[in-house]
Design a protein around this ligand. Structure first.
Ligand SMILES: *Cc1c(COP(=O)(O)O)cnc(C)c1O
Length: 425
């Protein structure tokens, strides 16, 4: 595969952008090689600057569920842009998107639009603290909630309830308010729970240590514990919202959080985020309440229009069944190929998101996810990349199937995976 133009661009990018990328995982550090510079997408495919095409399973980390350059999104966005792209004033479209989200997501009675998932989580945390008048937050190891200070925290050593910064630049005085416990471990939560806890935040199905499912009773347990202590339960559904079902993970599992964070899919490929919840809680936000949060581009009409059209398409009956059928076929094909090649893998899957872990153990939390062999994943990744299949450049990320993936794409992917597995031995 000729990647000369990507090589040249990467060298130039490194001159002007730290590490050559605007988000770290794009630099291919954990898989090696040259990141491809993408200049076009269409349906299930993306194209790099050398003209190579790839079947895309990143899909902008799940945001692009309809496929690239989806015609209905493009034409709606074009119409919206012709009327002006930002006003810093209220617009009718944002009311429509808010109504659509409230109708779809069980736990949301009111919603505030922001510009990214990070901003949604950061604002939800402030709201939880403001509403409860408490400071502590409990989060789970391996869950990613964007890059706000209080969320870039790792577990302290031993039984320490104080978290420690997971990045330079985060004061220990901020980190100490976040406690990190293992995913799927209710006992650990109980041990660190007290009446200073403003909220427990969780990815109800985790997508950011690879896909990890909540074990039976985990989400129910979190709901019970938070209620018992008067803390809020925050579901970070930035990935799972409108992905696992039209109502997200909370609809699938029948657990209603107090606050829900959204992003990715609801912007149809444009920058957006949202946080919503019970009316009583949401009305603590300014201008009604004392929790301040604002944004120049919040509810941006172009992003909102793209989101509205995307959600409209997803509300069509049969959409999620279709995604499910395709993903089942792909995952079954990968399992069979691994068996045939004698490669040991564990696949975790929920609806149209899944991860392939190169490990023998079942993956239920961060430490078991970390047992996935990084060298094997890197070899697998590069083998597929060179054969025109684009996977996440990290073993701890999810693959996303979208509505644009065709039966032929799935077939071709399975054949390519077979080849990659046989090369791995
Ligand atoms: C992507 C993601 C975020 C952050 O969203 P950005 O738009 O990248 O800021 C937060 N939470 C989860 C679960 C995510 O997957």
């Amino acid at each position: 595969m000729n990647i000369q133009e990507s090589r040249i661009l990467f060298e130039k990018a490194k001159e002007y952008i730290p590490g050559g990328v605007n988000s770290p995982v794009r630099a291919f550090k954990s898989v090696g090689g040259t990141p491809r510079f993408i200049n076009k997408g269409n349906g299930s495919k993306i194209f790099d600057v050398d003209g190579n095409s790839y079947i895309d399973y990143i899909c902008s980390w799940g945001a692009i569920i309809l496929g690239h350059a989806e015609i209905s999104v493009i034409s709606a966005v074009r119409d919206a842009m012709e009327n002006g792209t930002s006003f810093g004033a209220a617009t009718p479209l944002e009311v429509e998107l808010a109504e659509t989200i409230v109708d779809a997501v069980p736990g949301i009675e009111q919603v505030r639009l922001v510009s990214s998932g990070t901003e949604a989580v950061m604002s939800a945390i402030r709201l939880a603290r403001g509403y409860t008048n408490r400071n502590r937050i409990i989060k789970f190891e391996g869950c990613y909630h964007g890059h706000a200070d209080s969320m870039l925290i790792k577990a302290g050593s031993g039984a320490a309830t104080f978290g420690i910064p997971d990045s330079l630049g985060i004061p220990a005085d901020i980190a100490k308010y976040t406690t990190v416990v293992p995913y799927n471990d209710l006992e650990a939560v109980k041990q660190v729970m007290d009446t200073d806890v403003a909220a427990i935040i969780v990815e109800p199905v985790c997508g950011n240590m690879g896909v990890v499912l909540p074990q039976e009773g985990f989400l129910e347990g979190l709901r019970e514990i938070t209620t018992e202590y008067g803390s809020l339960l925050i579901f970070d559904e930035v990935i799972t919202g409108f992905r696992l079902s039209y109502g997200g993970a909370q609809q699938v599992y029948g657990i209603t959080p107090d606050i829900t964070c959204l992003g990715k899919i609801i912007g149809g490929g444009f920058p957006i985020g949202a946080y919503g919840g019970k009316r009583e809680i949401m009305e603590c936000i300014s201008p009604i309440g004392g929790v301040y949060q604002a944004g120049t581009l919040s509810g941006n009409p172009v992003a909102v229009q793209a989101g509205l059209i995307t959600l409209k398409m997803l509300s069509i009956i049969g959409v999620y069944e279709f995604l499910d059928k395709h993903t089942t076929k792909l995952v079954d094909g990968i399992q069979k190929a691994a068996k045939k090649a004698g490669v040991t893998i564990t696949i975790n899957r929920m609806a149209s998101m899944f991860s392939v872990f190169f490990t023998e153990t079942s993956v239920t939390n961060y430490s078991t996810a970390m047992t996935s062999d990084s060298e094997k994943y890197a070899a697998f990744f590069n083998s597929l990349l060179n054969d025109g299949i684009y996977l996440p450049p990290s073993r701890l990320e999810a693959w996303f199937v979208g509505l644009a993936h065709t039966a032929e794409d799935i077939e071709q992917t399975i054949e390519t995976v077979e080849r990659a597995f046989s090369r791995l031995k």
